[in-house]
Design a protein around this ligand. Structure first.
Ligand SMILES: Nc1ncnc2c1ncn2[C@@H]1O[C@H](COP(=O)(O)OP(=O)(O)OP(=O)(O)O)[C@@H](O)[C@H]1O
Ligand SMILES: [Mg+2]
Length: 286
């Protein structure tokens, strides 16, 4: 096929030899199947920041030291230079996370490097060698659903042990490889320690998977793995192999406090987003 613009520099540098076909163009990136020598890999070319959801960025960047409303506003109104830096930080976040998680034994696509703003990584395939289906696209037996749930909960625990929360974990960011599920898509990964919304995001991630897999194995809907692992993590007791039960005794006295705190934070977050949305709109009118 004709080489897409973002990939020509990788061919010129000899990082890849050929672009075989487009795989998928999502909200944030276009993914291509490429050939490097005898290996078939995939290349993720990020879209310009302007095309990505503005709101998401505001929440995710919390804990990446662009939190204060002044800085956040500066990001919203970014100069060309500032915007380039933000872009680079966003892309690097995914690459850094992939290496870190791979080293920690989380099943993610093997990263092969980051060149000219493009992430080159393992193409996850099915048993026949075709690009793997996403979890959200496959039919499962109850046994498979339970097994996948267990594996995925373990991956989330390992990530949390690295201090990371995926932040956008859903059946569409999990590929089904021949040896089981592979988690992908990390640009929005959040720091578990540095983000006020970390607990909420972790619970949402685990809940997305549980709710989906619970369609095939309804007993999963009675489990509370997210709450359980967060409690261990907060106490400093979570290990990559910590045994989890899925049972969790809600502490009534803290729930309410938590609820109030989250409601307040959410309201604040929303106000900030609305304000930035207005500023961005004003800027566009200028
Ligand atoms: N390493 C990989 N191996 C096989 N397929 C992949 C790989 N990485 C991405 N894909 C395919 O490309 C799609 C988009 O990738 P990814 O989720 O990383 O980007 P995105 O732009 O954030 O997409 P979306 O907005 O759909 O979440 C995936 O849903 C998957 O089908
Ligand atoms: Mg995705």
């Amino acid at each position: 096929m004709k080489t897409p613009q973002g990939l020509q520099a990788l061919i010129d540098d000899g990082v890849i030899d050929e672009v075989l076909r487009p795989l998928k163009s999502g909200k944030e990136a276009a993914v291509y199947v490429v050939r490097s020598g005898d290996d078939v890999r995939c290349a993720k070319v990020y879209k310009d920041m302007a095309q990505r959801s503005f709101q998401q960025r505001v929440q995710y960047q919390e804990g990446r030291k662009v939190r204060g409303s002044r800085e956040a506003r500066a990001v919203g109104k970014a100069s060309n230079y500032g915007r380039k830096q933000q872009e680079a930080a966003w892309k690097n976040t995914e690459v850094d996370a992939l290496y870190q998680l791979r080293d920690a034994g989380v099943r993610v696509p093997e990263p092969y490097g980051y060149f000219h703003g493009v992430l080159v990584m393992e193409l996850v395939t099915d048993a026949e060698g075709y690009s793997a289906a996403r979890l959200g696209e496959v039919e499962l037996s109850p046994e498979q659903a339970r097994e996948f749930h267990q594996i995925l909960v373990r991956q989330v625990v390992r990530m949390l042990c690295c201090g990371l929360i995926h932040g956008d974990l859903s059946p569409y960011n999990v590929l089904v490889g021949p040896e089981g599920p592979v988690v992908i898509d990390f640009p929005q990964v959040v720091s578990a320690a540095g983000n006020n919304a970390a607990r909420t995001m972790l619970l949402r991630d685990v809940n997305n998977l549980t709710a989906y897999l619970g369609r095939w194995a309804p007993e999963l809907l009675e489990t509370w793995y997210g709450e359980e692992m967060w409690a261990l993590f907060e106490a400093g007791d979570l290990l990559p192999d910590s045994v989890l039960t899925g049972e969790f005794e809600q502490d009534e006295s803290t729930i309410d406090l938590d609820g109030v705190r989250h409601a307040i934070n959410d309201a604040r977050e929303e106000a900030l987003i609305r304000q930035q949305g207005r500023e961005a709109a004003e800027e566009n009118e200028d």
